[in-house]
Design a protein around this ligand. Sequence first.
Ligand code: FEO
Length: 391
Amino acid sequence: MKKITDNIFYCGVEHHDRRLFDQLVPLPCGTTYNSYLVKGSEKTALIDTVYPEKAEELINKLKEAGINKIDYIICNHGEQDHSGSLNEILELYPAATVVTNAKCKEFIMEMLHVDESKFKVITDQETLSLGNVTLQFLISPWVHWPDTMFTYVIEDKALFTTDFLGAHYPTSEKNIDKSGDKELTEAAKRYYAEIMMPFRTFCAKYVKKIRDLNVKYLLPSHGPYYSNPDFILDTYEEWTSDTPKNLVVIPYVSMYGSTELLVDYLKQSLEEKGVEVKLFDLVKSDVGELAMELVDAATIVVGTSMVLAGPHPSAINGAYLINALRPKAKYFSVVGSYGWGGNMENKLAEILGNLKVEKLNSVIIKGKPTNDDFIKVDELAEKIAEKHKSL
Ligand code: FEO
């Protein structure tokens, strides 16, 4: 086990070859499930467990380190990538008490059928002494479930933040602290975009709360821990701010090339006006890359062909995902082409109902774009560029 402080040790496991999380989120380089051991002079606590199929690896680490007694298993979050080995750990350490909040207890009992007698339920700010080390529990819901909480080791100024501030970024134990790494920043941004962005206001609130604690260590449950908390807190402050960047994201799908001609022309026209543009072909793109750009985009333009009198199903799917991610974009438009008729614009606006966006004029054309159609695209680009000047 890697020593982090005199009292805290890393005992998590890596999952290099996992390529999909929740059957939805792509993992380009796998992930880790971080479990930590806090050893006090009198008691020992395990902070979270690991993904069920990795239980044996965690157990082997604990056995190899000669850990013959665990008094408390702290569950900061009930999702099974952290709680899923709980029954195996309880089998190995039957005297251990599961310490968590009421909501997390409810989830764990429902999902893992852990007996109620095993739990100690704590409330916000409550403390638990391990002897020379004190744990304090900070109930912090909605990053990203209603049960999430943080655990603070007061003497070490170390905060276990469960999924919050994590990254799907595997590291060996020898190289687990990568504060300041550019590759890690990208992984953390992808993770934020896919998992935390729908809870942006909670994220901003907790970043401020953590700043006020003046912690020395941030120890999330995925990816590296941070001994330079400013590195990840600074980036989160930027990502969670209300101010988007001068960026237009255009997710699109084109059946016979007409919609693609429109979005390519829009991209060129916007770039000539000093606006950055990112195009995503919804049939081929990695949704994580799309989500990452949505963190900063001021405008979203959905490009779609018409299928059976409505938007193409790939555009509907993309819009549904964007709506669920709740990006901070301020403007929205639709460009697209149809053959005989229907309504794409209203359907997409309806799907994007969570977004607080001003709807700009759309460019919906019949067939292949004409010069008049391209003039309309130029007008849309002009309008977007003008709006972006006041960001
Ligand atoms: Fe890493 Fe919400 O579980």
